[in-house]
Ligand binder design. Sequence first.
Ligand code: NAD
Length: 442
Amino acid sequence: MVNQSDISTRKESLKKLLQVIINHEEAIIKALYDDFKKPAFEAVLTETNYVISDLKETIKNINSWAKPKKVRSSILNFPSSDYIYSEPYGHVLILAPWNYPFQLALCPLVAAVAAGNKVTLKPSELTPNTSHIISKIISEAFAVKDVVVITGDATVATQLLSKRWDYIFFTGSVPVGKIVAQAAAVHLTPVTLELGGKSPCIVDETADLQLSARRIVWGKIINAGQTCVAPDYIMVHQKVKKEFTTYLIQEIEKALGTNPEQSPDFARIVNLKNWQRLNDLLSSETILYGGQTNKDTLYIAPTLLDEPKSTSPVMNEEIFGPILPILSFQSKIDLERIIKKYEKPLALYIFSSNKSFIDELLHNYSFGGGCVNDTVVHLVNNRLPFGGVGHSGLGAYHGKLSFDIFSHKKAIVKRGTWLDLPIRYAPYNEKLKMIRKLLKLI
Ligand code: NAD
């Protein structure tokens, strides 16, 4: 049952979690570095501080979010007062990926707890140091009966998915998303799927080319391109392609120097399997810039590819690494041919100062979310929903929406008893005429 004291309990446990995270912040940053050399700056910006801000916002707002919300009543129910009650689903399963292993495990967990659910969390097996510190934090902050972390790989995830849950929140790849959806369907369990895809960047001839290059490079090299909303490929107007490519190279070198392998600000690929996959994507492509790799250190240089064929592997899977294909276009038909070839992406980015071109693209294409003249930063605003559409995901979260997705919304009409208009009750007799007149008035 949802009552005020229950909400106070939730708030207290979130406050405790906040304190435990703050106490372990350095250990989290170290774990992220140990897992894939994530730079401390990125760890703070995109993981620890992200979760801390999310927790603070949730703690600040939980009372108003959880309170039954009064809505306007229908005149047909007069007299009544109508409410939406937020009810916890029950026991939630969260399956998290490795690329932002702390944030993408903890943010859904915070929302699920705030909404009053019990949680079982399985972090990714590919970032074991972060999974270890997550387990430690959760066991310090919560009783096992309320929130528990279970570590393991796909086998463990499969076992968890064979059980009945009241809600499943999954972040990961499209193929595993389909497995999760099938498992959820067995018990009609509601599910959020935060998936991926090929997110394009469109740069037209009216864009501020240098600034666009800086912002695209930033969105691509953060986390070494292992970001679900990273620009996957660029489509640049043919007239400005050469100049724009020069700016891209300048911006990579400004950020990471001429040898990014020496830079402390560039993460590594998470494991050998992904390194091998990315390394293979480079073979048989025309490399405009970069292309250096190091198997021993799982390094892949920020790499620009020139006009890969539409049939090449790099244009047929989510890249999820620091490789950026550059395609040129001359007309909107060219753009459409490329974009429509793929499933609806998680993000789409437009770089232009032509308002009608921007509006046309925003209206013509379906995608999870995106930016005009920037990349990735739509995730920063908690008032914006974050999620995909079609193959890039199902459902969206962040901010209050996160609380809402972990709550069943129960509709309640509280009828007054001092008046009971007889019109709705049989025998209907002459009432049809009256009800028609009445309905016209409403
Ligand atoms: P993944 O799908 O391989 O793994 C995600 C989780 O599912 C892990 O906990 C893993 O153990 C589990 N899993 C793996 N195989 C499974 C199986 N057969 N059955 C059940 N569970 C299984 O994804 P990943 O490699 O960790 O992450 C990368 C992918 O996630 C990319 O496609 C990326 O775009 C996507 N992603 C999406 C978002 C988003 O918010 N939309 C965020 C981050 C990553």
